[in-house]
Design a protein. Structure first.
Length: 196
């Protein structure tokens, strides 16, 4: 098998195993066995488990970023929410192993891009949109960073829940996610308190 094909094969096998067992539970020996190669072949391509894991994460990050960047570049207001929700849920539906790895299993000492860094990038983009909208509606634009984190967190948590339950249909989940986010945003108070 040519080197590029072997590399892709090892990444595919590793993605499945990392998703199934987590980073700590996956062993180079099992990855090699599932790929029907010797351990030295894995080391030759990736230098070890950390390098292989980084290759899996890098691929998934690129795929997710590509989908999410496109969703944020067109439309305004609710259209952006809808396309972003659909993009995230589409990625989860198409790449469940990749999403599971990005959200649950990235080692703390990893220097590679993670789901958190992707979500941080998206939160920055959403923050810009919210800042403009807040200013137009008399809301404090200094609160936009907090609200962008709320929206991103809501989306990623719903994505995890949906990945685990497998239902309802993606379009139903997206519609309800947008409904919650949009109607929550459209009814914001200028000076909220707990009123308690």
């Amino acid at each position: 098998m040519p080197a590029a094909e072997r590399r892709d094969q090892l990444i595919d096998v590793a993605r499945g195993l990392f998703s199934e067992r987590g980073y700590d539970g996956a062993a180079i020996e099992e990855i090699a066995a599932r790929a029907e190669v010797s351990k030295p072949v894995v080391y030759e391509h990736f230098g070890g488990k950390e390098g292989l894991y980084a290759a899996v994460v890098d691929l998934e990050v690129a795929l997710l970023l590509d989908r999410m960047a496109g969703s944020l570049s067109t439309g305004v207001g609710r259209q952006v929410l809808e396309s972003s929700a659909n993009a995230l849920l589409d990625y989860i539906e198409q790449r469940p192993d990749g999403f599971r790895i990005l959200v649950r299993d990235t080692p703390r000492d990893s220097s590679n891009a993670t789901f958190q860094s992707i979500m941080g990038d998206l939160a920055n983009r959403v923050e810009g949109l919210l800042t403009q909208g807040f200013a137009r509606h008399g809301l404090d634009p200094r609160m936009a960073p907090m609200y962008s984190q709320m929206l991103i967190g809501m989306g990623s948590q719903v994505g995890l829940w949906w990945l685990d339950t497998g239902e309802p249909d993606r379009q139903v989940v997206a519609a309800h996610l947008v409904n919650m986010a949009w109607h929550g945003l459209s009814s914001l108070e200028t000076s909220p308190d707990l009123g308690g």
